[in-house]
Design a protein around this ligand. Sequence first.
Ligand SMILES: C[S@@+](CC[C@H](N)C(=O)[O-])C[C@H]1O[C@@H](n2cnc3c(N)ncnc32)[C@H](O)[C@@H]1O
Length: 247
Amino acid sequence: MVGTFEADDWRQYQMSFSDPHRELEPLDREIAVVEAALSQLKQADILPATVYDRNKMLAHRQAVRELFDIPWTAITPRMERLLYAINAIVQPDNMIAAGVFCGNTFICNAGAAVGPGACYTAENLIGLEIDGQAAERAERNVRRIDRTGVARVIAADAVDFVAQLPERIDLLYLDADGDGSRGKGIYLEILEACYRDLPERSVLLAHNSVNGGSQIGPYLEFVRDPEHCRSSVNVVFDPEGLEVSIK
Ligand SMILES: C[S@@+](CC[C@H](N)C(=O)[O-])C[C@H]1O[C@@H](n2cnc3c(N)ncnc32)[C@H](O)[C@@H]1O
């Protein structure tokens, strides 16, 4: 099944990348939009449920606001909530996030299992970042929230890393931006490096499904092909978007 969830105000819902904590709309509206997206993901048989702990989500948000050094981010509050909720509902033992920059996207996913927003126990939550300095900052940020070490950021090329990973991947979050002309075309490189080893019903999240340009096209074609993924929904509620797929 292939579908789109579209909020009618997604074009107007704009953030400032340098001011990620600014409220863009009343909290009730944010919760309702994300709830509607989760419902569609459940209808598409990607999620088993739509329920997550909203108070824990806010505790997670507050900790990131207080403890993270974020030079910029394109993750809107709606996207932050959706990523947290998907992880809280799916509860992946092993999660990989590729291209985490300062770690904000990573902790949106991992925050469902570590820190004050934790609602389950995970095994390995790994953020991958090819830029060594960015990886160090992201790891410093994550250490301020997670004392357990379950969540960590590694300086590595995500294509190589997932190809040799012995653990299974239950949830793969893609946000890397390849060099030169690769751009978001690197998503498909990363997925193809591990696709055969992904278990059935593993969840794939791809940021920039709306603004990823022509380079993300082959990835979207791949996950929307029923030969590869049983279901895929493009969540369009901000100018970036998230393609949510299940193998
Ligand atoms: C655009 S940033 C993601 C920012 C994120 N969307 C946010 O709003 O916070 C993409 C990151 O991917 C990293 N990257 C590029 N190629 C990579 C690769 N092969 N493996 C891991 N990280 C990579 C870049 O260094 C960059 O920090």
